[in-house]
Design a protein around this ligand. Structure first.
Ligand code: ZN
Length: 261
């Protein structure tokens, strides 16, 4: 069995918590011994923090997700800064840009999303923390903003979708590329080619549970962190590399970029 880290799991989500304590035991049985738990909105921070305090292998990240851009208010940024000082998360995230959202609406406009993103990148710079980045149809703009801000703390672009060139630019900026359950779909040809083309040193594994169900899961079934070995298996097959080589390198990448021991 290979030891893995799920670098992106919404562990505090009620759909996963309702499967506890069985789910964590199953994670350990499958070799998934650590989880990175990204934040999404201020209203859920307290619950997320107290959950992550229950176990040293559930790693807290805090941030304001673009999905909720219409609900974030300036006070939440102050609250986020306070929570970072107090609870010492391993990263600022999940933050980013999502241009699949209805950007015609004021609460999701590009300008509005970018203000939240930039403010949180600056917070990460002040606190010397890496980022966990959400990007949908926004890779080029995110890269541009990170370069303009001279952000050099690295991080993970999670659930990456885009070209090899875009991924390589993020890697040059000190980021790792998060690959997950979408690889399990045979029809995901572009994603599979990307997974073959990237250097192994640039990849981390994730599930994004309970979102992004894997191939063959019943409709409506939550994705689960104990299914992470399926991502490893597909990657090994696609890249023609051994399971243990990929497991070891992607764990090392995750520990390194998030400065975990
Ligand atoms: Zn997420």
């Amino acid at each position: 069995m290979h030891q893995l880290i799920d670098s992106h799991c919404h562990w505090d989500h009620p759909r996963l918590q309702s499967l506890q304590p069985h789910l964590w035991r199953s994670c350990l049985d499958q070799g998934v011994g650590q989880l990175v738990v990204p934040g999404t909105q201020k209203a859920l921070f307290a619950q997320q923090i107290s959950l992550c305090e229950q176990h040293p292998c559930w790693h807290l990240a805090l941030g304001l997700h673009p999905y909720f851009s219409d609900q974030h208010i300036p006070q939440h940024l102050t609250d986020l800064a306070d929570a970072i000082h107090h609870y010492k998360p391993i990263a600022v995230g999940e933050i980013g840009l999502d241009f699949v959202l209805d950007i015609e609406l004021e609460g999701f406009s590009i300008a509005h999303q970018e203000r939240w993103f930039v403010a949180q990148v600056q917070l990460a710079q002040q606190t010397k923390l890496p980022l966990i980045v959400h990007s949908r149809k926004a890779n080029d703009r995110l890269g541009q903003l990170l370069r303009q801000l001279k952000f050099d703390q690295g991080g993970i672009v999670h659930g990456f979708s885009g070209s090899v060139q875009q991924a390589e630019k993020f890697i040059q900026l000190g980021f790792k590329i998060g690959l997950g359950g979408s690889l399990t779909y045979e029809r995901a040809q572009a994603m599979r080619r990307l997974a073959q083309a990237l250097p192994l040193t640039g990849i981390v594994l994730e599930t994004d549970a309970p979102d992004m169900p894997m191939a063959g899961q019943g409709k409506g079934q939550p994705n689960r962190p104990d299914m992470l070995p399926r991502v490893l298996a597909v990657l090994a097959e696609l890249r023609r590399e051994s399971l243990s080589e990929i497991a070891m390198q992607t764990v090392a990448n995750t520990l390194d970029v998030l400065r975990l021991k």
